[in-house]
Design a protein around this ligand. Structure first.
Ligand SMILES: Cc1ncc(COP(=O)(O)O)c(C=O)c1O
Length: 370
């Protein structure tokens, strides 16, 4: 590789959303249950409204609105449901939007660590992009573990890491519910996060918020060192449009606005997010169906032989085979068209439509018993 490339990037593996495997016979039906998107496309009437927006409001020759004013205000209105009884309100000044919440993670790393000594703390297994983005930016990652039975963060290890890391920990990434393990932050985890000094930024990634309705928005509005990220890629069924947002106190948002690219969100994506918020009840109706399917699948997984599944508050379930290897089960499911994610020493299965879930159950049962 050319000398102008950073040596550490040469050995680095790029993020791959869909792991591939060899299939002897191509499956006739393929279920994409590996990236936790919604399995439900937007309903046709809403797509028609979006097509209308594209025709009548989007000017393709012009750069998008780089300030996202309308969208930030609409997101604030939507987010305020999470603090309805508190007397607090988020405004457009509390919001920044990104090209997916992935972009916001990168902006946060730039704003806190890049160009000076600084590390970020993650509790593994967790969302892999924190480590990937940090590594590409040359930011050190301090990884601590979780309880093997509950996947709660090892708070003693986390506290030790923050107190003794030779590189100062500037930011802690937490996901609630955590991916891939599906558990929400517990009271003691939250207490610990709230006890951190204000020179450490706490980021709570609420990508799956709509599936459990638990939010730390109150903390984001009242603490200078707390920020939440969310996305339109999951419950809002807009993964193709790449829209994420962060909520924090305006001082912090102003900094994130400085580090993002000027036109980071295409006009059509902004129109899609605005339309989605206007018709939120019509779009989020599938959350209820997914929650019902979550319950049904969780019960059914308990009865599967040779498999341990964990409780979940998200739109996916995490499990580990107890006899076969994770790789064997992954391969067997893949051969049958059920594409899931192999991660953190286990398997993460997105909850899909009832038909997809029926196939998941059949294929998993077969894989575990043959
Ligand atoms: C925990 C978590 N955060 C963030 C993201 C990325 O979301 P986005 O599509 O908004 O970049 C994902 C996607 O799978 C995720 O699981």
């Amino acid at each position: 590789m050319s000398a102008f490339i950073r040596p550490d990037l040469q050995a680095f593996a790029a993020y791959s959303a869909h792991a591939m495997a060899e299939t002897a016979v191509a499956p006739t039906v393929i279920d994409h249950l590996d990236t936790n998107e919604s399995s439900y496309d937007l309903p046709t009437p809403l797509k028609e409204k979006l097509a209308w927006e594209y025709q009548h409001t989007v000017q393709t020759n012009r750069y998008p609105d780089g300030g996202h004013a309308d969208l930030r205000a609409a997101i604030a209105d939507y987010a305020n449901h999470s603090v309805a009884l508190s007397g607090l309100t988020a405004t457009a000044d509390h919001i920044t939007v990104g090209n997916g919440s992935d972009e916001l993670i990168r902006s946060l790393l730039i704003a806190t660590c890049v160009g000076r000594s600084g590390a970020v703390l993650v509790a593994e297994p967790t969302f892999s992009m924190y480590k990937i983005l940090a590594t590409t930016l040359g930011v050190e990652v301090v990884a601590i573990g979780r309880d093997e039975a509950t996947f709660e963060v090892d708070i003693v290890a986390a506290q030790n890491a923050i107190s003794h890391s030779s590189t100062p920990v500037r930011m802690v990434f937490m996901v609630s519910p955590n991916s891939p393990t599906g558990n929400s932050l517990t009271r003691s985890e939250l207490e610990w996060l709230r006890s951190l000094p204000t020179d450490v930024l706490v980021v709570v990634d609420e990508a799956y918020f709509e599936f459990n309705q638990e939010s730390t928005l109150f903390d984001a509005l009242t603490r200078p060192n707390w920020l939440i990220t969310r996305t339109f890629s999951k419950a809002f069924r807009l993964a193709t449009h790449r829209i994420g947002y962060a909520i924090a106190q305006p001082e912090l948002i102003t900094i994130l606005e400085k580090v993002r690219l000027p036109y980071n969100l295409p006009s059509f994506s902004q129109a899609a997010a605005l339309t989605a918020l206007r018709y939120a009840p019509d779009i989020l109706v599938t959350v209820i169906e997914i929650q019902a399917e979550r319950q049904r699948l969780s019960q059914a997984f308990k009865k599967l032989p040779n498999f341990q599944a964990w409780p979940t508050t998200a739109n996916f379930i995490y499990g580990r085979p107890t006899v076969h290897s994770v790789e064997t089960i992954f391969q067997k499911l893949y051969q049958q068209g059920t594409q899931i994610r192999q991660t953190g020493g286990g398997l993460r299965l997105t909850i899909g439509t009832p038909e997809e879930n029926n196939r998941t159950l059949t294929h998993l049962n077969q894989a575990l018993t043959t």
